[in-house]
Design a protein around this ligand. Structure first.
Ligand SMILES: Nc1ncnc2c1ncn2[C@@H]1O[C@H](COP(=O)(O)OP(=O)(O)OP(=O)(O)O)[C@@H](O)[C@H]1O
Ligand SMILES: N[C@@H](CCO)C(=O)O
Length: 321
């Protein structure tokens, strides 16, 4: 579920009156997602998404996220557009939470993406990277080397509960990544969480990208490594090189990758696998029993991390040199 904060009709009506959004016809909570509370509203004008930002989202980051959606949308990317209030602000407050109204995007996410979908995602990711150019706000990636270390300090004592030997293995991985992480690659605004549940399709055509709440400035090709991790492995843990090749080709059809970016792919894939392993491990250990959130399996990303550790050349991801 992802309705942490409940709303009542009276407050919602008062909230909507601050917008030129029409009369409220209906609203309901959306079960999917884990970070924020989302509601689908129907008004006399249009369907809308109402998002209440929960405690893991820093309020000071919201102008970056909302401004970015606006910037990308102006740049021709299909993504939700935040609605301005009558006073021009993109952010309001509801039930004690920062809240925004955003446009509803048609489509649904794919439970079983195929190579052709991966190709479209690669191209859309590169389009986002290009469209992000010129966005004036910046936000450092809170979930890169330093952030991983912080998360790890909070979980490491209990890591062996999840799998014996994990404490030593992850400690060594963090040291390796800190010593070898690339520095001088092209950077810009990245999505940083472009998993299948954040990409909508209508039939086989990609209809839009959602959930920009991890977006930040970082190495562009790191974003591609996140997509290779989240789209190109099968349920049994095997890397699907056909999907990887399609995704990389899709990306290259819009934005070229330099030799240095390509060479860095294996280490970036290690880093992004570790990033999702660590956030999942933290949630796995810290979420109280009985909480109404489906915890995601950290071991899925541990397996991916181990796969990348054995990769010696980016061609193993499907790149043709
Ligand atoms: N603009 C939109 N148009 C249509 N549906 C949307 C939109 N934004 C969100 N949704 C719906 O709400 C769900 C949750 O949204 P989102 O992924 O942004 O939430 P989250 O709590 O930030 O999740 P996550 O766990 O992915 O970080 C989506 O799966 C989708 O069904
Ligand atoms: N996409 C993340 C969760 C939300 O950011 C994961 O699957 O671990």
């Amino acid at each position: 579920m992802a309705v942490y904060t409940d709303i009542n009709e009276q407050d919602l009506t008062a909230f909507l009156a601050q917008y030129d959004a029409g009369e409220l016809l209906s609203y309901k909570g959306i079960a999917e997602g884990v970070e924020n509370s989302n509601f689908l509203l129907h008004t006399s004008k249009a369907p809308l998404i109402l998002t209440l930002y929960e405690k893991r989202v820093e309020k000071s980051d919201l102008p970056f996220f909302l401004g970015l959606m606006h910037h990308l949308s102006e740049g021709g990317l299909n993504c939700p557009l935040p609605l301005p209030r009558k006073d021009g602000a993109l952010l309001g407050e509801l039930s004690g939470r920062p809240a925004a109204l955003i446009s509803f995007l048609e489509g649904m996410w794919l439970r079983k993406p195929e190579a052709q979908h991966c190709r479209e995602v690669g191209a859309a990711l590169a389009r986002m990277h290009v469209a992000g150019e010129g966005f004036e706000l910046t936000r450092p990636n809170a979930l890169s080397l330093e952030g991983w270390q912080t998360l790890w300090v909070k979980s490491q004592d209990r890591a062996d509960e999840v799998e014996p030997g994990l404490e030593a293995e992850i400690g060594a991985e963090l040291d390796f990544l800190a010593a070898h992480w690339p520095k001088n690659l092209p950077s810009g605004v990245i999505h940083a969480d472009l998993f299948p549940d954040n990409v909508f399709f209508l039939g086989d055509r990609l209809s839009g990208l959602i959930d920009f709440y991890f977006a930040c400035n970082d190495l562009l090709v790191y974003d591609l490594s996140i997509c290779l991790n989240s789209w190109c492995f099968e349920k049994d843990g095997a890397y699907n090189i056909t999907k990887g090749k399609a995704m990389i080709e899709g990306y290259l059809s819009v934005r070229p990758l330099s030799g240095d970016e390509i060479e860095a792919l294996p280490i970036l894939c290690r880093g992004s696998a570790l990033r999702f392993f660590l956030t999942r491990l933290y949630d796995w250990l810290m979420t109280p029993e009985g909480a109404l959130v489906v915890k995601k399996d950290p071991l899925e990303y541990l397996k991916k991390l181990r796969f990348h550790r054995a990769v010696t050349n980016a061609s193993e991801y499907g790149l043709i040199s």
